[in-house]
Design a protein around this ligand. Structure first.
Ligand SMILES: [Zn+2]
Length: 275
């Protein structure tokens, strides 16, 4: 049996153009010596900014789909999985934090937003289009999430678990704020926190909500830290931070209750000390 390691990466192009702010996700089938290699590519320059998403307390009333016959190791299906994952997330224990995401053109199953590339070359081409890069190969990369286009791209033989993981990234608000200077100054921590929480929520939703037990990725270490963070700071507080970038409830755990200017520096600092 070949162990599967997912290697994720996030790029934040800090420019004045929101469309250029992207996040991506890659997954590897081979252990890599440099897990952070594609993480935070050299910036294009420009102004950093962040968007604070407002909390959305509207709980969804999506019926829980039946995933009893689904394995995380199943081949990803562009036909059946996007709608299934969309419903699974909107009916999950975190539905109230996901709010109105995954509706209309932002749905996982919206037209053209979930693509299993027909060939490895197509996959590489889409990657280059998303990031403005010119790589010729993406050895070991199973998928990425292109924030600027809101699209998930998977290699031809990607698995359901990878598709689900990418979809959780799409549900998170962190992808839109990670180019803030405070986060950029702590790239390794930002990577570990983002992937740890994404791994935690992916596994938690699959196991707790849907009894899909065989999800694995390469983030056991980060996931363990994320689980401890959630235990120490609160499920609700961390979920509001991760899914909505509503971080004052989290900062209140550190005794900070007043917003003074850009709070990202203190947020990063406090979270890093607790991670
Ligand atoms: Zn990831």
């Amino acid at each position: 049996m070949v162990a599967v390691f997912y290697i994720c990466a996030m790029t934040a192009f800090a420019t004045s153009n929101p469309a250029a702010k992207i996040d991506y996700e890659v997954a590897n089938q081979q252990p890599q010596t440099n897990l952070h290699q594609p993480f935070f590519r050299p910036l294009n320059g420009g102004n950093d900014f962040f968007i604070q998403r407002q909390p959305n307390q509207n709980a969804n009333s999506v019926k829980k789909p039946n995933l009893s016959s689904v394995s995380a190791k199943d081949p990803a299906s562009a036909k059946s999985h996007p709608g299934l994952i969309n419903a699974a997330l909107l009916a999950s224990k975190y539905a109230k934090y996901i709010g109105n995401k995954f509706k209309g053109d932002d749905a996982i199953d919206a037209k053209g937003k979930f693509v299993i590339e027909p060939s490895q070359q197509n996959f590489v081409n889409e990657y280059n289009k998303c990031y403005g890069t010119n790589v010729s190969t993406l050895s070991g990369t199973n998928g990425f999430y292109c924030f600027s286009k809101r699209t998930i791209h998977l290699i031809p033989n990607a698995e359901f678990g990878t598709a689900f993981h990418e979809s959780v990234h799409k549900a998170s608000a962190l992808v839109s704020v990670i180019s803030n200077t405070a986060w950029l100054a702590e790239k390794d921590f930002a990577f570990d926190l983002n992937e740890g929480l994404t791994s935690f929520y992916t596994k938690d939703i699959l196991e707790s909500d849907y009894q899909v037990k065989n999800y694995i990725d390469g983030y056991a270490t980060q996931r363990k830290k994320a689980a401890a963070l959630i235990k120490n700071l609160g499920e609700d507080e961390v979920a509001k931070f991760y899914f909505q970038y509503n971080f004052m409830p989290l900062l209140s755990k550190f005794g900070i209750t007043t917003i003074k200017g850009d709070m990202n520096n203190v947020l990063v600092s406090k979270l890093k000390s607790a991670f």
